[in-house]
Design a protein around this ligand. Structure first.
Ligand code: AP5
Length: 223
């Protein structure tokens, strides 16, 4: 007997939050909720939130809590979240963590586990700078660490169109790392204090980390 679980993946840019969230989604039927993806969707659709967020994201800084909470709440109102969610890139400030606590109280939900992906900053610039994504299905790849089985063809949907993010350059990654350390890393103590934090070493290869995370999530689902 298994039950749906709600997870947070914490970690700096390039830690593998998106890569691992997609793998967990596929393996366990959980729903990946990436505030970065939601905001990029708003930018592409030129909504008022997207127009306000665009320049901030391109500079590698954090979008205001107000905008992020608005896009997240809209997504959380959709019925598929009942399958359990993986919050990828949220919360990123203490105010967001408190807002999430309040939201969980209101809806009777709970965050079962906060997984902190433990990495070394120096490797993150190379990971992020080499990243590209399938334009068809969003599957993530890397010039060096994760290439499609057939060059130029997505493994998942066979699309031949790929894109790179506007904020994936070495200079912006450094600003994003700084934002992580000053505004997001304090959440590690916040969640440790609540007894929900699990640290997972994340400098190994992608499949090894997926196995380690899989053990954590299987344990939670069995209750
Ligand atoms: P967001 O989209 O969340 O980006 P991020 O946190 O900077 O994280 P990344 O997507 O860069 O990294 P990741 O950990 O997902 O790594 P990935 O798996 O892709 O946010 C973007 C912007 O939106 C923010 O800067 C901010 O402006 C705004 N924003 C979003 N949420 C917000 C919030 N809550 N509040 C305020 N503002 C917000 O992996 C990276 C690459 O490395 C890939 O190519 C992958 O193939 C490769 N890789 C992954 N794992 C490994 C491994 N183990 N070994 C080798 N390579 C690996």
């Amino acid at each position: 007997m298994t039950r749906p679980v709600n997870l947070i993946l914490l970690g700096p840019p390039g830690a593998g939050k998106g890569t691992q969230a997609r793998m967990l989604e596929e393996r366990f039927g959980l729903v990946q909720l990436s505030t970065g993806d939601l905001l990029r969707g708003a930018v592409a659709a030129a909504t008022p939130a997207g127009l306000a967020a665009k320049a901030v994201m391109e500079a590698g800084e954090l979008v205001s809590d107000e905008i992020v909470l608005a896009v997240l709440k809209e997504r959380l109102a959709q019925p598929d979240v009942g399958k359990g969610v993986i919050l990828d890139g949220f919360p990123r400030t203490e105010a967001q963590a408190e807002a999430l606590d309040a939201l969980m109280d209101e809806t009777g939900g709970k965050i079962d586990c906060v997984i902190s992906l433990e990495v070394e900053d120096d490797a993150m610039v190379a990971r992020v700078s080499g990243r590209y994504t399938c334009a068809g299905c969003g599957e993530g790849y890397h010039d060096e660490f994760k290439q499609p089985a057939t060059a130029g063809v997505c493994d998942q949907c066979q699309s031949t169109e790929f894109s790179r993010r506007a904020d994936d350059n070495a200079e912006t990654v450094r600003t994003r790392l700084e934002a992580y350390h000053t505004q997001t890393a304090p959440l590690i103590s916040y969640y440790r204090g609540r007894g929900t934090l699990v640290g997972v070493p994340a400098m190994a290869d992608i499949d090894q980390i997926a196995k380690d995370l899989g053990k954590v999530v299987s344990g939670l689902m069995r209750g």
